[in-house]
Design a binder for this molecule. Structure first.
Ligand code: UD1
Ligand code: UDP
Length: 380
């Protein structure tokens, strides 16, 4: 029997983490699917870290990353270069993830060649086109074009329904990040698992201090936002010797510059390079509070029972905010400082926010996605 060819295309760290479980689930069906992986290489080091950990073989690597790349250059090259893969490989379906430039431009390339498109993590919205920027519009573009929509929650499904997407083209699956997280937690809890990066970060942790884990990279926070975030970290570290801040700094130069300028050489702040996924999961588990503007971390923190303070003005992931385990604190320094201090001093609030809840699924999202594809996607 002719196998259907499915190309998974992704290019950044979070897409790779969230597509890894989908890849493995599809591979279980390799008798019916010829599964290929195309990396755009929108990220380089941070993508390699994920590919090395999950050991996903790469069929095509477009290696597109450039230092401090612009959105338009990157978009143009994803569109052009992924189109060439489509022309040479003639896939039956392309699977994209989320809201990156890789996903929206790969979607457009597939559409131009009339290839079926499945969108994983579909339907999240803020309805504010500049926040998250450019992700809100990237995700809307993909949502408008895709043939199949895999939504993590029923709220995301509702967003798509209100945009006129047919219900039978949408499946609520949970978020595949929970599949990846469960898999990784199980692995690192296994006594025989050894990882150099976990060993390295363990050495940084000071057992007598409360660990605050920080990440940040959003474009809408560049400039004043990052200055405010860094000044808040500095003030917190100086006034609270009982805390330790560990911050794996994103490689975007617009992030690295202010972060290293303001936060280097503070004894209870540890700036480190991005770490691999198991080491980051290990650190999340050890942390007292997580401060972030990341999408994925907003989903992982709640399911690990960690209070997450989100340094953004709005979020396309309101489920955990509604459940009370995530709080939006914006990027005003005073608001960040007071929200952290509240959690450091108010035990009742801390307990409330650290009750593990998981609005993002049961760890079976990728299985549901693949079952749906098997049931619904028939070759013409
Ligand atoms: C991108 C995505 C964002 C996602 C984030 C995850 C877009 C527009 N942005 O943002 O949605 O949340 O990834 O992290 O799709 N860099 C390196 N090495 C790396 C990765 C990045 O040096 O491994 C530097 C490069 O200078 C690169 C810059 O970071 O040009 C920006 O990368 P880019 O992918 O354009 O944007 P991110 O801010 O990473
Ligand atoms: N992460 C990681 N190493 C790090 C920081 C984060 O593996 O040093 C993981 C994190 O667990 C989450 C994902 O990267 O799954 C989030 O990526 P990022 O914040 O870059 O992107 P976003 O989710 O905001 O799109």
């Amino acid at each position: 029997m002719d196998r259907k060819k499915i190309i998974l295309v992704f290019g950044t760290r979070p897409e790779a983490i969230k597509m890894a479980p989908v890849y493995f689930e599809l591979q279980k069906n390799s008798h019916i699917y010829d599964v290929k992986v195309c990396l755009t290489g929108q990220h380089r080091t941070m993508l390699e870290q994920v590919m090395d950990f999950f050991k996903i073989p790469t069929d095509f690597d477009l290696s597109l990353m450039k230092e401090n790349q612009s959105l338009s250059d990157l978009s143009a090259s994803v569109l052009t270069e992924f189109s060439k893969i489509i022309v040479s490989e003639k896939p039956d379906m392309v699977l994209v993830h989320g809201d990156t430039t890789t996903s929206s431009m790969a979607t457009l390339a597939a559409y131009y060649h009339k290839i079926k498109i499945g969108h994983v993590e579909a339907g999240l919205r803020t309805h504010n086109k500049y926040s998250p920027f450019p992700e809100e519009i990237n995700r809307q573009i993909t949502g408008r074009i895709a043939d199949y929509h895999f939504s993590p929650t029923s709220l995301a499904e509702d967003n798509l329904l209100s945009e006129g997407i047919e219900k039978n083209k949408i499946l609520v699956t949970g978020n595949t990040v929970i599949d990846a997280l469960h898999w990784t937690v199980d692995l690192i809890e296994n006594n025989s698992y050894e990882d150099d990066e976990i060993r390295k970060v363990s050495k940084i942790i000071q057992a007598d201090k409360k660990l605050i884990l920080v990440t940040g990279h959003r474009r809408e926070n560049f400039g004043d936002g990052f200055l405010n975030i860094c000044n808040a970290m500095k003030a917190l570290a100086e006034t609270h010797p009982e805390i330790q801040i560990i911050y794996p700094v994103h490689l975007n130069p617009n992030v690295k510059k202010p972060v290293y300028e303001i936060l280097k050489d503070i004894y209870n702040i540890h700036l480190i390079a991005p770490i691999n996924y198991p080491a980051f999961v290990f650190l999340m588990n050890k942390s007292h509070i997580i401060l972030t503007d990341s999408g994925g971390v907003q989903e992982e923190g709640p399911s690990l029972g960690k209070p997450v303070l989100v340094m953004r003005e709005n979020t396309e992931r309101p489920e955990a905010v509604d459940a009370g385990t995530v709080k939006l604190v914006g990027t005003n320094s005073n608001s960040i400082i007071s929200s952290v201090e509240e959690l450091l001093t108010d035990d009742k609030l801390y307990t409330q926010m650290s009750t593990a809840i998981n609005p993002y699924g049961d760890g079976l999202a990728s299985k549901k996605i693949v079952e749906f594809i098997k049931d619904n996607f028939k070759k013409n």
